[in-house]
Design a protein around this ligand. Structure first.
Ligand code: PLP
Length: 415
C-alpha cells in the first residue's frame, strides 16, 4: 500500500468529509468549528451554495482554456469585477494558481521593468516556498535549511516589530526605515534595487500589522530610488482584515502599490492567484515570461467571480470588521486571565495570541498544546510565528457572532 509522505502526516486526527459554512464534518462523526479556513482560503465559507453552483455550471461548460491559446468568459468577467475592487491605478491583471507563483511573477515583472536585480524583503515575511518566493521568506527559516542556493539578489530589512527587536514602540517605524536606508546605502545600492516586497500584516510571521508611516516611508523611498513597491496581499486581501485590501487600513486613499498580489480568499478554495499593476507597467513583462499551464483556470475564475459577488452582497468585508472586533476583544479577555499569552494582535478576522514563558520568551510548546486542546474540543486553529509560538484564528468571513463566542469559549477552555 502506498504511504503518505511524512510531510503529509496529519496535524490533527481530523479526516474532513464535508464542509459547510464555518464547519467541517469529520469522518469521526464530529462537527468542527473551522477557524483555519484552509489557511485563509475559504473566504465565503466551505461550499457556499453560490460558489458551488458557479463552479458546477462552469465544469459542465468549459473546464480549461489556456490563456496563451484561447480566452474564456470567466477570466474576462472576473477581470472586470476585480477591477471594481482594485485601486484605480492598478488597471491590468494577470492570473496564476498560487500565492508563490504570483510573487515570482511580480518579481519577474519588477526586474524586467526596472532592469535591476535586487529585491528588498522584510524580516518575518512569508511569500511562499518556491525557490524565488522562498528566498524572500524569513518567517520560519527552517524550511530553507539545506535546500539552497535560493534566488540571489535578495536583501532583508526589519519589519517594524517592537517586541521582536526590543525597540521602543513609538520609535519602531523610524528604526525600521533607518535600517532600510542603511541597507540601501551598503548592501544593495539604490540603483540595483528593483523592488520592495511587503505584507500589510505579517501573516505566517505572527500577524503583525504594518503601519501607515512605514508603508508611506516605503513608497517615498521607492519613488526616490526608482524602485517598485510590491504589496503581498495573498493572505490579507479580499476582505480578510475588515477592508477589501489590508493596506487600506493604513493608506486608504491614493496609490500605494505598483504591484498588488492576491490569492487565497479570491476563489473560496479553488487555486487562483493574480497580480495587478498599471497597464504601462504590465506591458513591460517580456513576452512569454509570465504564465503557467493552469493559470486563470476557467472553473477557478468562475468560482472567484461568485466569491466577489458573495463578498459584496453578503457584506463580508463589513462582517469581517465587526466579527474581528468581537474576536480580538474576546481573545484579549482570555489573555488577561492567562499569563501564558503575552500578546494579542491582529486586524479583522486575522487574530493571534502569542505564547510566552515566564521569562517572556517564545513558548511554542504551550502554543502547540493549546492548539491541540482546541482541536480535541472541536475548534480547529493554526500556529504561526518564527518559532510557532503564535496561535492564530482566521475563520471564514461568513462567521457570525454566535460562532465567534462559541470559538472563544472553546479557546478559553483550551488555554
Ligand atoms: N504570500 C503570503 C502573504 C502568504 O501568506 C502565502 C501563503 O501562506 C504565500 C504568499 C504563498 O502562497 P501559496 O502557499 O499559495 O504559494
Amino acid at each position: 500500500m502506498t504511504a503518505l509522505s511524512p510531510q503529509l502526516k496529519q496535524a490533527t486526527p481530523v479526516l474532513a468529509e464535508r464542509g459547510e459554512g464555518v464547519h467541517l464534518y469529520g469522518a469521526d462523526g464530529r462537527r468542527y468549528l473551522d477557524f483555519t479556513a484552509g489557511i485563509g482560503v475559504t473566504s465565503t465559507g466551505h461550499c457556499h451554495p453560490r460558489v458551488v453552483a458557479a463552479a458546477q455550471r462552469q465544469v459542465a461548460t468549459l473546464i480549461h482554456g489556456q490563456y496563451t491559446t484561447v480566452m474564456h468568459r470567466p477570466l474576462l468577467e472576473l477581470t472586470d469585477r476585480l477591477g471594481e475592487f482594485l485601486p484605480p491605478t492598478l488597471d491590468s491583471v494577470f492570473y496564476l494558481n498560487s500565492g508563490s507563483e504570483a510573487v515570482e511573477a511580480a518579481v519577474r515583472l519588477a526586474r524586467h521593468a526596472t532592469g535591476r536585480q535586487n529585491i528588498v524583503a522584510f524580516h518575518g515575511g512569508f511569500h511562499g516556498r518556491t525557490m524565488g518566493a522562498g528566498a524572500l521568506t524569513t518567517s520560519a527559516n527552517k524550511f530553507r535549511a539545506g535546500i539552497g542556493p535560493m534566488m540571489p539578489g535578495v536583501a532583508l530589512a526589519p519589519f517594524p516589530t517592537a517586541f521582536r527587536y526590543g525597540w521602543p514602540q513609538e520609535q519602531t517605524v523610524d528604526f525600521a526605515l533607518n535600517e532600510l536606508d542603511y541597507l540601501l546605502a551598503t548592501a544593495t545600492a539604490p540603483d540595483d534595487t528593483a523592488a520592495f516586497i511587503v505584507e500589510p500584516v505579517l501573516g505566517e510571521g505572527g500577524y503583525v500589522p504594518a503601519d501607515e508611516r512605514f508603508l508611506r516611508g516605503l513608497r517615498e523611498r521607492a519613488d526616490r530610488i526608482g524602485a517598485l513597491l510590491i504589496l503581498d496581499e495573498v493572505q490579507t486581501g479580499v476582505g480578510r482584515t475588515g477592508r477589501f485590501w489590508g493596506h487600506q487600513h493604513f493608506v486608504p486613499q491614493g496609490p500605494l502599490a505598483d504591484i498588488l498580489i492576491t490569492a487565497k480568499g479570491l476563489a473560496s478554495g479553488f487555486p487562483l492567484s493574480a497580480i495587478a499593476a498599471s497597464r504601462d507597467l504590465m506591458a513591460q513583462a517580456r513576452p512569454g515570461s509570465q504564465g503557467g499551464t493552469y493559470g486563470g483556470n476557467a472553473v477557478a475564475c468562475a468560482a472567484a467571480l461568485a466569491t466577489l459577488e458573495v463578498v459584496a452582497q453578503e457584506k463580508l468585508v463589513e462582517n469581517a470588521a465587526e466579527q474581528g472586533d468581537r474576536l480580538i476583544a474576546g481573545l484579549r479577555a482570555v489573555a488577561e486571565r492567562n499569563k501564558a499569552i503575552g500578546d494579542v494582535r491582529g486586524l479583522g478576522l486575522m487574530c493571534a495570541s502569542e505564547f510566552v514563558d515566564a521569562a517572556g520568551k517564545p513558548d511554542p510548546a504551550t502554543a502547540a498544546r493549546a492548539q491541540q486542546e482546541a482541536s480535541a474540543r472541536g475548534l480547529l486553529l493554526l500556529t504561526c510565528g518564527a518559532t510557532g509560538n503564535v496561535v492564530r484564528m482566521i475563520p471564514p468571513l461568513v462567521v457570525d457572532a454566535g460562532q465567534i463566542d462559541e470559538g472563544l469559549a472553546l479557546w478559553e477552555e483550551s488555554v
